[in-house]
Design a protein around this ligand. Structure first.
Ligand SMILES: Nc1ncnc2c1ncn2[C@@H]1O[C@H](COP(=O)(O)OP(=O)(O)O)[C@@H](O)[C@H]1O
Ligand SMILES: [Mg+2]
Ligand SMILES: [Zn+2]
Length: 406
C-alpha cells in the first residue's frame, strides 16, 4: 500500500463494532481498521499508536500461540495521511448504522490497522464460477463458569449469553430472545449444533453475518433492521450450493439451501482436528462445569427426556471450536474472582502512578512483557505482582503446562 497516494474513493464502508470501524479496498483484499471514541474523549496520537500496537502484539504473542498461525491475522499498524482519513470519515458517515454513531472514527492520529480482507478470498481461482461466501460468527462464551469465586447460584445453571439475551431484550437492544445458546454450538453433538446454528440464523443479531463476494448479504445492523428473510438468503446462496439447479425456488428450495449452509458451517467448525476426542484430555474443554445451559430450549427438551447428564464435550480434539473453547476456559477466575484483583492493581496504581510505565500496564505487550509476568510471584503475598500475574498470565501459564499441544 502506497501511503503517500491514498484515495478515499478506492475504499468503502465495511462494518463496525463498538470499538472499531472497518473500511475495505474496492479491488485489493485488504481492510483498514480504525479505532472509534466518544466525541469528547481526547487521546494523543502516541496513545492511539500504542493501543493499536498492543492489539498486534497480543495477537502475535498470545492468540497465535493458542490458536495457531493459520487462524490469527495480526495485521500491522499503518500511518495514513490525515487528509485521506478525514475524507474517508465523511464518505462513510451516511452508511453507518445510527445505533453505532455515538462514537466517532479517530481522524486525528492517522493510525489504523491494516489487515487481510477475510470477507474475500485471496485464492480466488478456487471457486471461479461460484460466489465467494464468508460467514462471520461471534459464538460468545461456550462454558458455564466453574470458578469457586462465583457467588450467584444462577451463574452455575444459565450461561452468560442467555442471561444477556434477557437484558438486551428488556432494554430494547433487540426485539426477540434468540434460541441460540453457545453451549449447544460448542457441544460437538450434531443435533445440538444444528439447532444452535439454525437459531443463530433466525436471530442473527450481531452474532452472525454472511458476505457474498465481500458484500454483506445477511445479518442485522440494529434492532430496527428488517426481520431475517431466509428466502432472500437462499436466493443469494443457491448458486453456491446448487450451481446447476436452474431457477428452482420456493420453501422447499429455501429449506434445502439453509440445511446445506448449516451442514457446511458445522463441518468447518469441527475441522482442523487432531485424532482422538476431547474426553481423553484431563483438562479438555467441557470437562468442567455443566454442559447444558438451563435457558436453552434444546437443553430444556433434553431435561424433559431425562437426558440432562449428556456425555461431556463431544468436540474433536484440536478442531476450531475446541481451540476456541480452550482459550475461553483460560478464564479460571470468572469476573467475580478477577475484579478484586483488578481493583488491587488499580488502587496500587493510584498510589504509585509512576509504576504504570515500569509495569508496562499500557504496553508494549511484547515477548519481554509476558516473560516478566511469568517470572512474577505465584503466591498470594498481597502484592500487585501476584494480582497482575494471576489476572493476566497465571491462567495462561497453568493451561500451557497442562495442555502439551499448545
Ligand atoms: N480482517 C477483516 N476482514 C473482513 N472484515 C473484517 C475484518 N476485521 C473486521 N471486519 C468486519 O468489521 C466488523 C467490525 O470489526 P471488529 O473488529 O469486530 O470491531 P469491534 O472491535 O468494534 O468489535 C466485524 O464484525 C467484521 O464484519
Ligand atoms: Mg466485533
Ligand atoms: Zn445458554
Amino acid at each position: 500500500m502506497d501511503k503517500g497516494k491514498m484515495d478515499e474513493n478506492e475504499w468503502g464502508y465495511h462494518g463496525e463494532g463498538n470499538k472499531s470501524l472497518v473500511v475495505a479496498h474496492a479491488q485489493r483484499c485488504v481492510v483498514l481498521r480504525f479505532l472509534k471514541f466518544p466525541p469528547n474523549r481526547k487521546k494523543t496520537s502516541e496513545e492511539i499508536f500504542q493501543h493499536l500496537q498492543n492489539i498486534v502484539d497480543f495477537g502475535k504473542n498470545v492468540m497465535r500461540e493458542f490458536l495457531g498461525e493459520n487462524y490469527v491475522h495480526c495485521g500491522e499498524v499503518v500511518q495514513l495521511p490525515l487528509d485521506f482519513v478525514k475524507q474517508l470519515c465523511l464518505k462513510v458517515q451516511s452508511e453507518r448504522p445510527e445505533s453505532r454513531c455515538d462514537k466517532d472514527l479517530d481522524t486525528l492520529s492517522g493510525y489504523a490497522l491494516c489487515l487481510p480482507n477475510l470477507a474475500r478470498l485471496q485464492t480466488y481461482h478456487f471457486a471461479e464460477h461460484r460466489p465467494i461466501l464468508c460467514v462471520e460468527i461471534k459464538p460468545k462464551c461456550g462454558f458455564i463458569p466453574f470458578s469457586s469465586d462465583v457467588t450467584h447460584e444462577m451463574k452455575h445453571k444459565v450461561c452468560r449469553y442467555c442471561m444477556h439475551q434477557h437484558l438486551k431484550v428488556a432494554t430494547g437492544k433487540w426485539k426477540q430472545i434468540s434460541k441460540y445458546c453457545p453451549l449447544d454450538l460448542y457441544s460437538g453433538n450434531k443435533q445440538r449444533m444444528y439447532f444452535a446454528l439454525k437459531s443463530l440464523l433466525r436471530e442473527a443479531q450481531n452474532n452472525l453475518k454472511i458476505f457474498k463476494n465481500g458484500e454483506l448479504i445477511y445479518g442485522c445492523k440494529d434492532a430496527r433492521s428488517p426481520a431475517a428473510d431466509w428466502s432472500e438468503l437462499a436466493h443469494h446462496l443457491k448458486p453456491f450450493f446448487f450451481p446447476s439447479n436452474g431457477l428452482a425456488s420456493g420453501p422447499h428450495c429455501t429449506r434445502a439451501v439453509i440445511r446445506e449452509l448449516v451442514r457446511v458451517i458445522t463441518r468447518v467448525l469441527l475441522s482442523g482436528s487432531d485424532k482422538g476426542r476431547a474426553g481423553a484430555l484431563r483438562l479438555g474443554p467441557g470437562s468442567r462445569g455443566p454442559c447444558v445451559c438451563e435457558a436453552s430450549p434444546f437443553g430444556k427438551s433434553l431435561r424433559h427426556q431425562g437426558k440432562s447428564s449428556l456425555e461431556r464435550s463431544g468436540l474433536p480434539k484440536g478442531c476450531l471450536l475446541y481451540k476456541t473453547l480452550q482459550v475461553q476456559m483460560l478464564d479460571l477466575l470468572d469476573i467475580e474472582g478477577l475484579y478484586p484483583l483488578y481493583r488491587r492493581v488499580e488502587q496500587y496504581l493510584e498510589e504509585f502512578p509512576e509504576q504504570r510505565k515500569t509495569l508496562q500496564i499500557d504496553g508494549p505487550y511484547d515477548e519481554a512483557f509476558y516473560q516478566k509476568l511469568l517470572d512474577l510471584s505465584t503466591e498470594d503475598d498481597g502484592t500487585v505482582g501476584f494480582a497482575l500475574t494471576k489476572a493476566d498470565c497465571g491462567c495462561l501459564a497453568e493451561v500451557k503446562s497442562q495442555v502439551p499441544e499448545f
